[in-house]
Structures are given as structure tokens and as C-alpha cells.
Design a protein. Structure first.
Ligand code: ADE
Length: 244
């Protein structure tokens, strides 16, 4: 998969290229292409923004450098996202949809008060938000999106991690995890995790996930209850206990 990122601050993305995603790029699974919008400006001093028509605070990103950058990429007709607090809020379903595109994805990072609306209209951009709060720019949101999409691309993560996706846990919050030592400052690891009984361990994890989800995200819990139709008898019992 190739991801193009149009930004005024390409250097910010060293935060993702140094990690797992950098390794995926080295392996050729993921190609990350960062484009400095300013390089496509035809204004003096590579200007990329202007005062808004009609007044108002802040600056607006110019259409021309962005048009030039997109034309140089040749991404007409392909998926182009614009990171913006005005967009639909990102969730795992959207992330899956993007990962399954398995094609070229282009992301525009906004700054200042936004971007000339004609950019969004002409290129048929989809606005995407990472939450109901406003950041100073679209770079951090783009990194969040890239990280979440990349971990679903086969080969990016080590194999064992993908198991969570298919299991009954999908749609639930993750159960608590413990590692060595067995006892730390008087706090003991739950006994069930130490006895090697995989069936009991599985049911304990499932119960913990259910409990946590019901408490913290009742919306997700309700959704899970509605859609879980492939539970074993034991899992069903655990679910009934939690629902009481
Ligand atoms: N740009 C600024 N705030 C944002 C947000 N919450 N999501 C996506 N892009 C943004």
C-alpha cells in the first residue's frame, strides 16, 4: 500500500518512520511518501497561505500549491482524505475499509484555519476527524490514521497480534494483562492465569473484557450483545452472568 501525505511540516513524520512503520516501509509492504506542499507553491517565498475572503481569524491554505502537488502525484479518482475536526469521526470500521483499499491513499494535512474549499470540492476529499477536539494541524491526526491502517496490513505486525482481530474479543475492550513477577508490592497476578488451563484462561479473559466494556463503554457492550451469535456454551454462560 502506498500512502501519500501532503503537509507543510514533513519533518513531523519522523515520529512514525522510525518505528514499526519504518520497518514495514523497509520490507516494501508500505510505501510512505511525504510531500512538502510549499515545494509546489508558485508564490514569493513559497507562500502557502493567505487571509480569508470575507474576513475572520487566521489564514487559509492556498488552493494552487495543493492542486499542483496532487497533479504531480496523479491521484485523480483515488481516495483522498482531509484531516479535519469537521469530518466523520474515525473508528475501526473506517480504518478497516481504508486498509482493505490496498491501493494508493492520499492524506492532506490542514493547518491554520483550514484550506480553500475548492480543494476539497474539486478533489472530492473525504474529511476525517480523530475526535471532538481541535488540534493545531492535521499532522498528528494523519499519523494516528496511518498507524491504525498500517497495523492491519498483513506483514506489518508480528503474527500473534492479529489473532485479537478475529476472535470473540473484537468489539470489546481488552482484558487486563500481567507479566513477571507473580507478586509485586503485595499485588498478586490472578491465580487463573498461572495454572495453565487454557480453557479457563480464555473464559477469564472473556469475562474481564465483557466487564470492562460494560462499565466503560456501554455502547460497545450493547453492540456486542446484539451481534455475538457464535459463542460457545461456556462463553454464553459468562455473558449471561455479566448481563445480570
Ligand atoms: N485537525 C485539527 N483537529 C483535528 C481533529 N480533531 N481531527 C482531524 N484533524 C484535525
Amino acid at each position: 500500500m502506498k500512502i501519500n501525505v501532503l503537509t507543510l511540516f514533513p519533518e513531523m513524520f519522523s515520529a512514525v518512520t522510525g518505528s514499526i512503520l519504518g520497518k514495514a516501509a523497509e520490507k516494501g509492504i508500505l510505501e510512505l511518501n511525504f510531500i512538502n506542499i510549499r515545494d509546489f507553491s508558485r508564490e514569493k517565498r513559497d507562500k502557502a497561505d493567505e487571509y480569508p475572503f470575507g474576513g475572520g481569524p487566521g489564514m487559509v491554505m492556498l488552493a494552487d500549491p495543493i492542486f499542483n502537488a496532487l497533479e504531480s502525484l496523479g491521484v485523480e479518482g483515488k481516495k483522498i482524505l482531509y484531516m479535519s475536526p469537521r469530518g466523520r469521526i474515525l473508528n475501526e470500521e473506517k480504518i478497516k475499509e481504508l486498509a482493505e483499499l490496498n491501493d494508493e491513499l492520499t492524506i492532506l494535512c490542514g493547518h491554520y484555519e483550514g484550506v480553500d474549499q475548492r480543494v476539497l470540492d474539486y478533489w472530492n476529499m473525504e474529511e476525517v476527524s480523530i475526535g471532538d477536539y481541535v488540534l493545531t494541524g492535521g499532522e498528528l491526526p494523519a499519523m494516528v490514521l496511518i498507524d491504525a491502517v498500517a497495523r492491519l496490513i498483513p506483514g506489518v505486525l508480528a503474527g500473534e497480534e492479529s489473532a485479537m482481530e478475529e476472535s470473540i474479543y473484537s468489539g470489546l475492550l481488552e482484558y487486563p494483562q500481567y507479566t513477571k513477577p507473580r507478586s509485586y508490592r503485595g499485588m498478586d497476578v490472578p491465580e487463573v492465569l498461572l495454572n495453565g488451563n487454557h480453557k479457563l484462561i480464555h473464559l477469564w479473559k472473556f469475562e474481564q473484557s465483557l466487564k470492562l466494556t460494560k462499565e466503560v463503554r456501554p455502547d460497545l457492550f450493547e453492540e456486542f450483545v446484539k451481534s455475538c451469535d457464535d459463542l460457545s456454551k461456556d462463553e454464553q454462560k459468562v455473558l449471561e452472568k455479566i448481563m445480570k
